[in-house]
Design a binder for this molecule. Sequence first.
Ligand SMILES: Nc1ncnc2c1ncn2[C@@H]1O[C@H](COP(=O)(O)OP(=O)(O)OP(=O)(O)O)[C@@H](O)[C@H]1O
Length: 340
Amino acid sequence: MEFDYEKLVSATDGFSPSRLIGKGSHGYVYEGLLHEEHNKRHRVVAIKTPSLLSSRSQPSSLITKTEQMKKLEDEISVMSSLPYNPHVLTFLGHAEKRLMVVEFMPNGSLHQLLHVSSATTSPPTWLKRIEIALKIARAVHFLHEQDILHRDIKSDNILFDSNWEPKLADFGLAVDLADKKVPTPAGTIGYLDPCYTSPENLSAKTDVYSYGVVLLEIVSCRKAIDVSRSPASIVDWAVPLIEEGEIGEICGGGSGGRGSGVFMEANLRLLRMAARCVSSDVESRPSSGEIAAEMVACLTEPVRSLPLWVSFFRGVVKLKRRKKRLRERMTWPGQTCRVR
Ligand SMILES: Nc1ncnc2c1ncn2[C@@H]1O[C@H](COP(=O)(O)OP(=O)(O)OP(=O)(O)O)[C@@H](O)[C@H]1O
């Protein structure tokens, strides 16, 4: 959808600092209030601009301006080509390819949820976290099916909507393989595939590496790079532990899955897959489709072992009832009988 440029400017009160949500390396994101003619309602959206368009931004060099405009144009082009997917940030439109309108995500990022909020509150339960991982695996698989590579999968780029549904966002580095352009390697340190050293090395497995890092982050609640620890890289820390089968330390970070028996088997499978994702042998990494399927299997694993628990508890309840009935039958007025 094409928006009127001036309408978007006024939706942000002229790029008012009070509407600024955040700053990226190439642009600013504002909260905008759009008046929708068809239903006479207001809708909150997020509006992304190259930072030079913001009235209070520092003057930029010509190269930087061109680069910023180009990056946003590319992002608009990729996002507008995508069909709707519930796990991908929804593109709503643009104005002159200089402003991009997307759905507003009011609940912050996965990075905040795992690493910032956890300073005051405990991180989400194991099940919740693995559900997030599954949804993002589906988002990546969806993109790969459309021949799109994201190139910047990280917990900062997984945002939560008003229902706390996670969505993959920030397509600033995304590449449409149909365009046959080979961009120079780019990404975020800590998530960037070390095998992606030249443009020709780019493949879907580059995204798989970054996803593997996010999965390690989700399971362990440890940052991708944590300079206060040794080794600082989550990959260098977790992979040897996974190879030795010592996953207790990795799973100890969050609540609800601390190596407890029911989840242990699922955690082991998840972590083995994460280790395959970040393998230096690119060919041995799973495809995004395989990841999504394995995630489903891991999520159903604890549920499959539930019948065992359920029948155990049913057995205990039945036994208690039987004892109670027996006690009632064997008890006469003035006489007690002990049934163990
Ligand atoms: N649709 C949205 N709703 C709410 N907040 C958003 C939305 N999109 C981005 N943000 C927030 O705005 C900030 C800037 O986002 P943006 O995608 O431009 O850059 P980034 O991911 O921080 O950086 P970079 O582009 O350098 O990777 C981030 O804090 C992000 O969480």
